[in-house]
Design a protein around this ligand. Sequence first.
Ligand code: AMP
Length: 551
Amino acid sequence: MEFAAFADRAADIEAEPADLETVSLVCDLFRDAGDDLPIVARFVQGRVFPAWDERKLDVGPNTVYAAIARAAGQNVTADDVEARLADVGEIGAVAASYDLGGQQGLAAFGAGGGEDLTVASLYDDFERLAATEGDGSQDTKLDLLFGLFNRSSPDEARYLARLVLSEMRIGVGEGAVRDAIAEAFDVPVSAVERAVQVTNDYGLVAETAREEGEDGLAEHTLTVGRPVQAMLAQAGTAADVLDSWAEAAVETKFDGARVQVHWDGETVSVFSRNMEDVTDALPEVVEFVESACDAPAILDGEVVAIDDSGDPLPFQQVLRRFRRKHDVAKAREDVTVELRAFDCLHADGEDLLDAPLRDRHDRLGTVLDANVADLTLTADAETVASVEEAALEAGHEGIMLKDPDSTYSPGKRGQQWLKRKPDVETLDCVVTGAEWGEGRRAELLGTFELSVRDADAGAFETIGKVATGITDEELAELTDLLEPHVQSQVGQTVTLSPAVVFEVGYEEIQASPTYSSGYALRFPRFVTVRDDKEPGTADSLERVERLAEEQ
Ligand code: AMP
């Protein structure tokens, strides 16, 4: 396909505001693309190489301005181009606004001499641009780009400039490309989507859809060594998941950087969340996987920084290591990192994307000897709270709640993975009761009854009980603080005169007949003792009513 023809189609697509029409224009383009279909399927999204491909053109804006200026003639400088960009606001329009070409003597620098650009020849030149590295490479890139602009019509220059700077912006997103492939080659959208998820390569998928149809698409599998997009999480609450799933998988949320680790039995590759290859920056992870991973695998996990005793350090420490290209050995002495694996996409020749999380996690445990995140399966709110408490106490960020029956959906941010939202509000409640603990906690008060002030009635009304968020040390302090206020005791349960105020976090306030206030706190967690507050200044029932309404 001539690049001029591609540019024409791109202009039509850009001018089309309606989504459906856009898909149909992209569909026509794909049908007419011939051998260039894989390239066209990427160019139309502003991509030169497949997403899994590490190569980059590595051409900065200044090189593009200089190349345009040179192709525009002797009176134009890179500064002029930049000034025009400041006016016009978009590089494609700037490139199209000059009368490019005619710099005959120099045109020989451009590949193909003075011939018309084609999609295929342009892609070859892009490959050359990407391969040009080292000293003097920016000059070589400038010469190459100049040759391309010098042979461009205004429309070609518009889309050439945008492609080079990854600013295509003609309104074609991944969804439109997916739908257009399905429409053009009469295959189900879901088959296209699945093939894209495993190959991460729209060009390949478009070609397969055309040549081999739905069956061919279904045959695509993950390739160890080629990253796929990571599955993502939404914010959610424990209440949400326990209301809608039979069981939740609860895991520590590690505070580090997401990685996908590929191990083919000989080589380890580590990719960032954006599928950038970060292997060289993380030698410990490579060494660990080489020694601890028993079979070829694709692992999903988090790289965390740890201190000498193995406890997690804040996320900022990981950043000092993550994309480091120089002095890695020195950086490694300063900050140690470790992998925490929580998912397994492929194990020993078998793709696991369609397996339920609970099975993927089991496989993870069989391929990896250590550093596998614990997964707790539970339907019980108290258990969720205690996993969270343990995670926070160990210095982690919090917890993730996952649907144990969910499959792995690359690139999807769905309801299957939830990061527990931190509590938004806190309430200052009066402690009006407690229970003596059991076993080694028999001497300690725990499970504290919480009340709020009913200003009208001049009384305290119960709203819940809190037992989580409290360390053993704090329990001892709280017992000392509360014991003098015990009024009466029945069995293990004591009644306390209102004296001490707790600040309490919660997920939700629910109307409830269980407590005398008519409300219950869901997932209450102890935050602190409000030494500065008297029961008379604790939160009122009125505030609870208001908060419940605002939810
Ligand atoms: P956020 O970055 O706040 O959107 O939270 C999602 C991120 O948490 C993921 O992309 C991971 O990098 C990270 N994370 C930490 N621990 C886990 C885990 N156990 N499961 C999934 N993601 C996790």
